[in-house]
Design a protein around this ligand. Sequence first.
Ligand SMILES: Cc1cc2nc3c(=O)[nH]c(=O)nc-3n(C[C@H](O)[C@H](O)[C@H](O)COP(=O)(O)OP(=O)(O)OC[C@H]3O[C@@H](n4cnc5c(N)ncnc54)[C@H](O)[C@@H]3O)c2cc1C
Length: 400
Amino acid sequence: MNSTPVEPIQVVVVGAGYAGLLAANRLLGSLSDAETRRVRLTVINPTDQFVERIRFHELAAGTRQSALVPLDTVLHPAADVLVGRVEVIDPDTRTVQVSRPGRSEISVHWDHLVYAVGSKASAAIPGSRENGFLLGDLDGAQAAADAIRRSGDGARIVVIGGGFTGVEAAGEIAEQHPRSSVVLMCDGALVPTMRPAARRSLTKGLRKLGVEIHERAAVTWIEPGKVVLSNGQVEKADVCVVATSFTAPDLARTSGLAVSADGRLRVDAELRGLDTPRIVGAGDAIVVSDPLGDHLRMGCAVALPLGGKAAETVLAQIRGEEVKPLSIGFQAQCISLGRKRGYIQIVHADDSPRRLHLGGRLGARVKESVCKMSVAIPAKERVKPGAYPTPKGPKQKIRS
Ligand SMILES: Cc1cc2nc3c(=O)[nH]c(=O)nc-3n(C[C@H](O)[C@H](O)[C@H](O)COP(=O)(O)OP(=O)(O)OC[C@H]3O[C@@H](n4cnc5c(N)ncnc54)[C@H](O)[C@@H]3O)c2cc1C
C-alpha cells in the first residue's frame, strides 16, 4: 500500500508564563493519536522554570523564598523546551531567532506560533531601576527581599502604587516586618476602581497591619534613601518598592507586527494577529482589537483563559475547522492583605463589582487557593484539556 508521508506541523509557544503554559498543555492534551504523531510543540522561555509572578509580593516580603516551579513538573511531557529568548519573529519565513545563554543564536521554524511573552514592571518613575526595586520583575522582587532584610528594625519601607499589587505588597511586608514602618504612596486614591465599601475595608485592613497610607502623593523621582513628590516634598525611604503598572515587551513591535500604542500584539476576537493569523496571542502581551475583548485587562485571571482560547484557535487552524470568537468573563478580584486577611470582590462578567464580597481569614484562604489553582489547573490540562473553567463573557458581548 502506498501512503503519502504527512508533513509535520511545528507549533512554537513563546513564553512559559500562565498563558503559555495553559496554551501548550491544552493543545498537546487535546490531540488525537494521529495528530500527536504529526504535531511537534516547542516552548521557548528564558529559563526552565515556571515563574509564579502572582507571588512576587510574598517573595519581596520574605514570606517565601522562591516563586519558581520546575517547568518539567507542570508542562506536558511531549513539549520540547528550548531555553532562550526570542529576539525576532519573522512571519514571512515563519521563523524565530532565539538567543541562548552561553550558546550561539539559532533559528527555529514554526507553522503556528503562540505569542505569550507576558509583561514586565514599568520603570516610568525616574530612578525606579537604580534606586528602587521593581516588584513586577523576578530580580526586582528578589532584590527587594534582600534589601528589606538588610534594612533592619525601624527601617522606613515605601511602597509606590495604590493598585492591587501595591496593596498586596504593603500588607505582606508590614505583616512580615512589624518593626519596620511601611508607607504606601499612590498618586490618586487607593484602589480607585473598587466600590467605596471595598476601599474602606482595604484601608482599614492595611492600617491594622500598621501601613501608613498616603493618597494623592505622586512620586516623581526616586533617589538613594528618599523619594521626591510632585509638590517638591521629600520623603525618607530606606527601601523603595515600585509596584506601579506593567508594560509589554517590545518583541512584537520590533518584529514589525501590528501592535497597540503600548506595544502589545493586536489580535482579533479569535486571538489571531491582525495581519498574521498564524500568530495567535494570549496573556498580558496582547490586546484584543474587538469589542468582545474591551473589558479584558492585564492579569493572571485573563492570561489563563486566553491561553486556553489560544490553544483552541491553533487546534482549529490545524484541523481546518472554523475558529470561534472568544467569550471570557470575570468572577472575582482577589486581594491578599498578608497571610491572615484577604478581600474577595465578587464581580460581574465585565469585571464590574457586585455587592457580594468575602473578607478576613476566609478571604485569605480563598486567595491562597486561587494562587495554588493558577498553577495546578494549567498543569492538570496535560491530562484533562479544558480543566480550566473559563467564565463566559458579558452577555451583551457573546457572539456566535
Ligand atoms: C506581585 C504581583 C501580584 C499579582 N497578583 C495578581 C492577581 O492576584 N491576579 C491576577 O489576575 N494577576 C495578578 N498579577 C498579574 C499577573 O502576574 C500577570 O498578569 C500574569 O503573570 C500574566 O501572565 P502571562 O502568561 O501573560 O505572562 P507572564 O507570567 O509574565 O509570563 C511570560 C513569560 O514569557 C517569557 N518571555 C518574555 N519575553 C520572552 C521572549 N522574548 N522569549 C521567550 N520568552 C519570553 C517570560 O520570561 C515569562 O516566562 C500579579 C502580578 C504581580 C507582579
